[in-house]
Design a protein around this ligand. Structure first.
Ligand code: AMP
Ligand code: ZN
Length: 456
């Protein structure tokens, strides 16, 4: 039995998919106007662990993640500039080039973090027609009004708008300090379609029944989740900042159009903090995965660090904790290298591992179990290896790639030759041989214990 914490009910609930063994999973993807920072990446690591855990339990997961490449404004209150156009102005490229570039950058990071590729990765700009159709439906059901600035969703028409966030709508209305686009009737109303400002030719704009413009940020996820997963599916994920605006509005749109809440389970990932504050681009305190790699960390060290904290707790990033994670991961790799093959999975540990994972993805407990098993003298090293490789289907630490590298005889011979030349102080010739070794893909490291041959 899998239990997942559902933000909608604020409870851990038993998870059962709508269709027997198939799970429909929708994850809000990145806005591709800049590099993802490691806070963003925490969300995608969590979603990957969720997907792998469902697969471990025998479910077939249809994992959809979108790319937001239009319509996400610098303010969540439907004001400010489109982040894509902002990126284009910053870099002197078109908004389309910005999207392509940062999609590639995201995919590279995801791959380095062993995040499995979603089954479908739709782009908002490829689904403008679907979004227009959905807005037409919402309009037909009587949930919209027009302002000078666009077509807005009238949240007062829904009796329980804001239930996901447990928003006190009256409180929001009364405390009118919330930033508000002109013409909006209520601070919680939101744009479905925004008109291109008059006299301005946007790089990304389309003709619609209401005029030339672009979709609001929330409609893309409703349109694309419906297209790929249906009007109601199993799980919807995102960061906790999505609860009060983006996901609340997705729910409003689906309820208006289809009379249903789009997903049964809503899972939210807590923030990565730095110096006890949220890591974010506007906070100016971000690191990218490249920042970490440039400092000598493996990308998977960051994944390991994420596994040591529960996805629903805040994770405070420090270089010390990342160093500790790298030491632990190295230790795990070194331990595994020494273990022989052809063992079998230890069923008791496997059962315990599955239990902690199925308890709302308790990865810190899963990692504790990994180390407990490594120290357990009652199990053979070969069985430990087989069990660890099985756990890695969820952990994704690249354990199957850790192998003792056999050094070829001719490389060993060359290394001996080089050592003899060095003893005879024939530095030039010794260096030639070093180059030859390097050309063959190996490297010599001179340590206190003598020269060591390693794979380049
Ligand atoms: P964006 O690219 O801005 O749409 O954000 C992508 C994802 O990253 C969203 O699900 C956010 O909730 C999430 N996110 C943003 N900042 C952080 C952070 N500091 N820690 C964890 N997740 C974050
Ligand atoms: Zn979304």
């Amino acid at each position: 039995m899998i239990k997942l914490y559902n933000t909608l009910t604020r409870k851990k609930e038993e998870f059962q998919p709508i269709n027997d063994k198939k799970v429909g999973l929708y994850c809000c993807g990145p806005t591709v106007y800049w590099f993802a920072h490691i806070g963003n990446l925490k969300s995608y690591i969590f979603e990957d662990i969720l997907r792998r855990s469902l697969e471990y339990n025998g479910f077939k997961v249809n994992h959809v993640m979108n790319y937001t490449d239009v319509g996400h404004l610098t303010s969540d209150a439907d004001t400010g500039q489109d982040k894509m156009e902002e990126g284009a102005a910053r870099e002197g490229k078109t908004a389309w080039e910005i999207a392509d570039f940062y999609i590639k950058a995201f995919e590279k990071d995801a791959q380095a973090l062993n995040i499995l590729k979603p089954s479908v990765i739709p782009r908002a700009t490829d689904h403008i027609e679907e979004q227009i159709e959905l807005i037409k439906k919402i309009e037909k059901e009587g949930f919209t009004y027009k302002t000078d600035d666009g077509i807005y969703f009238d949240t007062s028409k829904l009796k329980d708008y804001g239930k996901l966030a447990m928003l006190d709508e009256k409180g929001i209305r009364a405390g009118a300090r919330v930033e508000m686009a002109e013409g909006k009737k209520s601070p919680t109303d939101f744009a479905l379609w925004k008109f291109s400002p008059s006299g301005v030719k946007r790089q990304m704009e389309w003709l619609s029944p209401w005029g030339v413009g672009f979709p609001g940020w929330h409609i893309e996820c409703s349109a694309m989740s419906q297209k790929y997963l249906g009007e109601q599916f199993d799980i919807h994920c995102g960061g906790i900042d999505h609860i009060s605006v983006h996901h609340t509005n997705e729910i409003a749109q689906s309820e208006a159009a289809f009379g249903k809440i789009p997903a049964r389970f809503w899972l939210h990932n807590e923030f990565l903090l730095i110096d006890s504050g949220k890591m974010g681009k506007s906070e100016g305190n971000i690191f990218t995965l490249k920042t970490l790699v440039d400092k000598g960390f493996y990308p998977l060290t960051y994944r390991y660090l994420n596994l040591t904290a529960h996805y629903r707790s805040k994770l405070n990033f420090t270089w010390e904790s990342l160093e500790a994670a790298q030491r632990a991961l190295n230790n795990l790799y070194q331990t595994l290298i020494e273990f022989p093959d052809s063992g079998k999975i230890d069923e008791n540990y496997k059962k315990e591992f599955q239990e902690v994972i199925n308890d709302d993805l308790d990865t810190p407990k899963a990692m504790a179990l990994v180390w407990k098993m490594i120290k357990d003298k009652k199990i053979s090293d070969a069985d430990k290896k087989a069990t660890l490789l099985n756990f890695d289907k969820i952990l994704g630490l690249g354990l199957e790639k850790i192998k003792k590298t056999e050094i070829p005889e001719e490389i060993k011979k060359l290394a001996d030759e080089r050592q003899n030349l060095r003893k005879e102080k024939k530095w030039g010739q010794a260096d030639q041989i070093r180059k030859q070794i390097e050309g063959a893909g190996w490297q010599i490291e001179d340590t206190e214990q003598g020269p060591k041959i390693i794979k380049k």
